[in-house]
Design a protein around this ligand. Structure first.
Ligand SMILES: NC(=O)c1ccc[n+]([C@@H]2O[C@H](COP(=O)([O-])OP(=O)(O)OC[C@H]3O[C@@H](n4cnc5c(N)ncnc54)[C@H](O)[C@@H]3O)[C@@H](O)[C@H]2O)c1
Length: 260
């Protein structure tokens, strides 16, 4: 991944940050996009502390704004002249509630970020990759993009859509040297998942976490660094022929029926 230019959305925390660190360790040039400016600066400081040679471009942007997405793509091309990899990761969970009780405004917000934001990223980055006749894209779905998850209707709908768009991009742009895949993480311990455990058990989130982990075949949650290794492979030239797939990284949990 040395000298590859990779755009990462949602880079300030969690999986985006873990991927940024992994790629920095391999000498990639990074475009770090997030709407949380303060956390984005902290993430950049942490990366430069460990890997001082890293070239980074920071863009504060909300991926649900088409204009903002177009702007982060233009800035990247201006600064680095190309885009080799795209980790299309920014997403939110929303608030948990059954389908008929779901807050409609939160529903729309989840769709705006998780579906429309991912689409805008593809729409503006793919033409850059087409000109180069090379590109690697990793969209972020979820086990909720393969299965239902109680109380998470817009999240599940948006993540199934991400899986669908992944197939679509792979079909339409494979001829241009662009391979597009999605990952479907299970529960990986990031700030988003910590917040979900707070919603499940506000009095004792640690108990909710322990119960959840006990149902996984591996009896633990995943680590962001483990996800970063898979993403790095899919973004690299080492991956020459995997495209259009949604790859679960969940300790085997999504294959389970009944108790493990
Ligand atoms: N952690 C998990 O277990 C897990 C499981 C399945 C899928 N995912 C998916 O992985 C992705 C990253 O999740 P995470 O756990 O790292 O979450 P996180 O909340 O820890 O980090 C997400 C980052 O994205 C940024 N972000 C959110 N909305 C944005 C927007 N509209 N514009 C720009 N930046 C935005 C946040 O500021 C934050 O820095 C999400 O798409 C999530 O749905 C996570």
């Amino acid at each position: 991944m040395k000298d590859k230019v990779v755009v990462i959305t949602g880079a300030a925390m969690g999986l985006g940050f873990a991927v940024a660190k992994e790629l920095a360790s391999r000498g990639s040039k990074l475009v770090l996009v997030d709407y949380n400016e303060e956390k984005l600066n902290e993430a950049n400081d942490a990366i430069l502390k460990d890997f001082p040679e890293t070239k980074t471009l920071l863009v504060t942007a909300d991926v649900s704004s088409e204009e903002a997405v177009k702007a982060y793509v233009d800035k990247t091309v201006k600064e680095f002249g190309k885009i080799d990899g795209f980790y299309n990761n920014a997403g939110i969970e929303g608030k948990q509630a059954p389908l008929t009780e779901y807050d409609v405004n939160i529903f729309k917000k989840v769709i705006d970020i998780n579906l429309n934001g991912v689409y805008y990223g593809l729409r503006y980055i793919i033409p850059v990759m087409q000109k180069q006749n090379f590109g690697r894209i990793v969209n972020v779905a979820s086990v909720g993009g393969i299965r239902g998850v109680l109380n998470q209707t817009p999240y599940v709908a948006s993540k199934h859509a991400v899986s669908g768009m992944t197939k679509q991009a792979a079909l339409e742009y494979g001829k241009d040297g662009i391979l597009t895949n999605a990952i479907a993480p299970g529960a990986i311990l990031t700030p988003m998942v910590a917040e979900a455990f707070k919603q499940v058990n506000p009095e004792d989130p640690a108990k909710a976490e322990k119960e959840y982990a006990s149902r996984n075949p591996t009896r633990r949650l995943g680590k962001p660094e483990e996800v970063a290794k898979l993403v790095t492979y899919l973004l690299s030239e080492e991956n020459g022929y995997v495209s259009g797939q949604t790859i679960a990284i969940d300790g085997g949990e999504s294959n389970m029926y009944g108790n493990a």
